[in-house]
Design a protein around this ligand. Sequence first.
Ligand code: AMP
Ligand code: ZN
Length: 482
Amino acid sequence: MRHNRAVTVPPIHLYDTRRRAVVPFEPVVPGKASIYTCGPTVYGPQHLGNMRSQLLPDLLRRVLRAGGYDVTFVTNVTDVGHLVSDADEGDDKVEAAAAETGQSVEEITGHWTEQWAGDRRRLGMLEPDRVPYASKHVPEQIAMIQTLEAQGRTYVIDDGVYFDVSTYPEYADFAHLNLDDLEATGRVENVSDKRHPADFALWKLSPPDSARLQEWDSPWGRGFPGWHIECSAMATKYLGRHFDIHTGGIDHVRVHHTNEVAQSECALEQHPWVNIWMHNEFLDVGTEKMSKSKGHVLTVQTLVDEGIDPLAFRYFFLQAHYRQQQNFTIDLVRSAGTALRRIVHHAVAARDAVGGDASGADAARTEPLRAAFWEALADDLNGPRALAVVASVARDPELSDADRWSLLADFDQVLGFGLADATDPEAADDSADDPRIAGLLADRTAARADKDWAEADRIRDLLAAEGLEIVDTPDGPQARRR
Ligand code: AMP
Ligand code: ZN
């Protein structure tokens, strides 16, 4: 693809939670960028809120890559150690799901890991360079705990090995915690024998009289690693003792990331362990965050079932800055899909008019727009500002086809809409005039109105078998060739 590109991405600035400021991205190793993101706990579905926390690093990777960095992206799978409560209490989430469903650990973790990986692909995310599993890195976690033990920063009580926060005076700095008032701020409840409410489990011991589905031998007895230590051990193994960027959802600042920083900076004797910490705000439903425990199991499949292209959610994600809370409704994502289809329509028309060759673009017209797009993204990933440029480029009558394609093909490195291969989503389709298909669509609409999901799904699958996909349009659902 030829972009006829003159502007380069300006210096990238990102908001660092630790310093509470937008800071320049200055890589540990010149020319490279290393990113770690806390991945899914695979005991149940990853909802669209969880996917927001994966779309942030996808956007970040793409911007850094466009900026010329050689990016390594690692995101883990938590298949052991994440307790039902962040306060070191309750059972392991995967273990609890196995007890509830009667399925094996492998069935549960395999199924939900595949759901997550498949939905990442449906949302057009780049594949991670590595996806380490917590259960496959137990020796690395034990080694890190042993280092902390040798430093005198741990103690053992009945249910496990704990990190003693009093040995690390900077513990509260990362999240600006008030350690004297943790209970009042609701940060942690107390495991009765802990010396301080903020102390956290590094290794949990299995009860003496029962075997767990996942447990390992350790110097302290049979048991399993705590959730926080897994990210420290795996990030360090794959990205080194000092790396560039760590991301996760905003809820991780006060507990999970505070604990990761404490144990890593101590064990590695490295400050800072990570240069920049980035956190996405929540995707909300009404007045509360989207969450499994509140029963919001809205996934990529929910969108597909509504006839919405999953890439509409990519567009929707860019419509809010990642540090703002974003309100989710199906209608908002549907509108994002409509806006996306307009853009794809204009991009495909321009691309096909110039046979994919943008060399005829007029730099005087394109470069200010190109600069505006990349400046927005280099400014702490300002998606809404970048999208405004995209929307105006798509329809600006002053731009030639070569101008338009030169810009949109370039922008698609970050947008990830697949413009180079897209077909025009607004092109007339013969199936639109087929009375049999129109009848099936009407039956499906009626079935949905009756909440007869089985019948609606049957019709969707019937059309899918004919290579047709149901797309919502302002004129109602239509069947389009894939
Ligand atoms: P979990 O599978 O619960 O460990 O969550 C995976 C990731 O999703 C974490 O980084 C969470 O902070 C993030 N997350 C959970 N709920 C939401 C939400 N409603 N909006 C955005 N991110 C979320
Ligand atoms: Zn983590």
